[in-house]
Design a protein around this ligand. Structure first.
Ligand SMILES: Cc1ncc(COP(=O)(O)O)c(C=O)c1O
Length: 400
C-alpha cells in the first residue's frame, strides 16, 4: 500500500525550544559512555534542591480529602485568595482577575491566544525565554525582538523598544529577573516601559516567575505596582521559587483599568473554561507555599549566591569568555569571543567534554554576538569541574 505521510501544520514550522533541543545530541554522546554534566535545564529538582514536605503534604491531604474532581476554571478560591494577598504584598493595585494554570506556560499561552490575531506583533526581550516566541509564532503573529543591553548589565534598551512599536504591536513581554541573563530591571526602566505601553495601548506580560530568587539582597519591583492604569498580566508560579516545576502550577494576575480590560478578560475566561481547570489537588499547595515557612527559600538563595559567584569568577577567568554577573534566577549568559556560531561551539563542547549548555542563539542575541546559557543549579564541585572543562576546551578551540 502506498504510504502517505501526515503533514504537520504550518504553525509548527517555526517552533524551536533550544533548552531541550540540545538534549538530542547530548543523549547520543551519553550513549557512547561519556560522563555528562547537565547544565542546560532550569530544573532545581535534578540537583540538590527538594520541594518542601509542607507543600507536598498539602497536596496529599487534598487528594485524601477527595479534591480530585475538576476545579473551578480560574482555580480554587482559597488559592486565588493567597495569590491576591501575595500580589498585594508586591503592591499590585487595581487587580481585575486572577487565574491558576498548568504552569505559567499555560497562562502565557491562554493570554496570548486571547489577544493576538494573524499579523499582530509582540515585543519580546532578546535574549529571553524561548516559549514566548514559540507561542506567538504558533498564533501566526510575530515575535519582534527588543534588545537587552549587555554593556548595561542586560537592562532593556528603552529607545530600542520605542523604535519597534507600530500599529500592529499588541503587547510587550518583560522577564524580570530575566532568563537567560539573570538580570534584574531597574525601577526607572520599568517605569519607562509602562509609559510606552500606556501610550500605545499595549498589554504588558510581566513574567516574575523568579521574583523571590534575587541574589543581590533586594526585592524586585513588580511592574504592576508602578501604575494603576497600565494593563499588566503578572505571571508567577510554584516551579522556581518553590522548587516544584513538576507540579505544573502557575498563575496570572491581571491588573489595570476595568473599562480597558473587560472584553479581553472575557476572551481569556472563555479559554480558561474550555480547558476545564488546572490540576485540582495540586492547587492546594499554593496557599501553603505562599504563606508558609520561608527558611527553604532563604537556604535556596544562599546556595544560589555561592554558585553564582563561582560561575562568574571562573568563567571570567577563561580567556575568550566574559560574563555579566547575574542578579537573580539561576542562569548566566556568558559571551563567547569566538568566530564560529555558538551552536557549533556548544555541539563541539558537548561531544568533547560532556558538558551540556544551551547556545545563545536559542534565546536570541544581538546579531554578530555569541553566547551560551549555563544553569548554575548544580553543586559547587560539579560546577568547578564543568568550568575547568569549558576553560580547557575553549583554549584548544581558540588555538585551532
Ligand atoms: C521566564 C520563564 N517563564 C515561564 C517559565 C515556565 O514556567 P512554568 O514551569 O510555570 O510553566 C519558565 C521556565 O523555565 C521561565 O524561565
Amino acid at each position: 500500500m502506498k504510504i502517505t505521510k501526515i503533514a504537520p501544520s504550518h504553525r509548527t514550522e517555526k517552533i524551536t525550544y533550544a533548552v531541550r533541543d540540545v538534549v538530542i545530541l547530548a543523549q547520543q554522546v551519553a550513549r557512547q559512555g561519556k560522563e555528562m554534566t547537565w547544565l542546560n535545564i532550569g530544573d532545581p529538582n535534578i540537583f540538590d534542591f527538594k520541594t518542601s514536605p509542607e507543600i507536598i503534604e498539602a497536596v496529599h491531604r487534598a487528594m485524601l480529602d477527595n479534591y480530585n474532581g475538576y476545579a473551578p476554571s480560574s482555580g480554587v478560591e482559597e488559592a486565588r485568595r493567597a495569590i491576591r494577598e501575595e500580589a498585594e504584598r508586591k503592591r499590585i493595585k487595581s487587580i481585575q482577575d486572577i487565574f491558576i494554570t498548568t504552569g505559567a506556560s499555560e497562562a502565557i499561552d491562554i493570554c496570548m491566544t486571547a489577544l493576538l490575531n494573524r499579523g499582530d506583533n509582540v515585543l519580546v526581550p532578546t535574549p529571553g525565554y524561548p516559549l514566548y516566541g514559540a507561542i506567538i509564532n504558533k498564533l501566526t503573529a510575530e515575535p519582534r525582538p527588543y534588545y537587552l543591553d549587555e554593556e548595561n548589565g542586560w537592562q532593556p534598551d528603552v529607545g530600542d523598544i520605542a523604535s519597534r512599536i507600530d500599529e500592529k504591536t499588541r503587547a510587550i513581554v518583560v522577564i524580570n529577573p530575566n532568563n537567560p541573563t539573570g538580570s534584574i530591571h531597574s525601577r526607572e526602566i520599568l517605569a519607562s516601559i509602562i509609559d510606552l505601553a500606556r501610550e500605545h495601548n499595549l498589554v504588558i506580560f510581566s513574567d516574575e516567575i523568579y521574583d523571590n530568587l534575587t541574589l543581590n539582597g533586594e526585592k524586585i519591583v513588580s511592574m504592576a505596582s508602578l501604575s494603576e492604569e497600565a494593563a499588566v498580566i503578572t505571571l508567577g508560579g510554584l516551579s522556581k521559587n518553590y522548587l516544584a516545576p513538576g507540579f505544573r502550577i502557575g498563575w496570572g494576575v491581571v491588573s489595570g483599568r476595568e473599562e480597558v480590560l473587560g472584553d479581553y478578560l472575557n476572551g481569556v475566561n472563555k479559554l480558561l473554561r474550555a480547558r476545564l481547570s488546572a490540576s485540582h489537588p495540586v492547587q492546594w499547595a499554593i496557599k501553603t507555599a505562599l504563606q508558609g515557612e520561608k527558611s527553604l527559600l532563604i537556604e535556596t538563595r544562599e546556595k544560589l549566591i555561592r554558585r553564582r559567584d563561582i560561575t562568574v569568577r571562573m568563567l571570567n577567568a577563561i580567556p575568550g569568555i566574559s560574563c555579566v554577573k547575574p542578579q537573580g534566577a539561576f542562569y548566566a549568559f556568558p559571551r563567547l569571543h569566538i568566530k564560529n556560531p555558538d551552536s557549533v561551539f556548544v555541539s563541539e563542547l558537548i561531544k568533547e567534554t560532556g558538558v551540556v549548555v544551551v547556545p545563545g542563539s536559542g534565546f536570541g542575541q544581538r546579531p554578530g554576538t555569541r553566547h551560551f546559557r549555563v544553569v548554575f543549579l548544580a553543586p559547587e564541585p560539579v560546577l568547578v569541574k564543568a568550568y575547568e572543562k569549558i576553560g580547557n576546551f575553549l583554549k584548544a578551540y581558540i588555538d585551532r
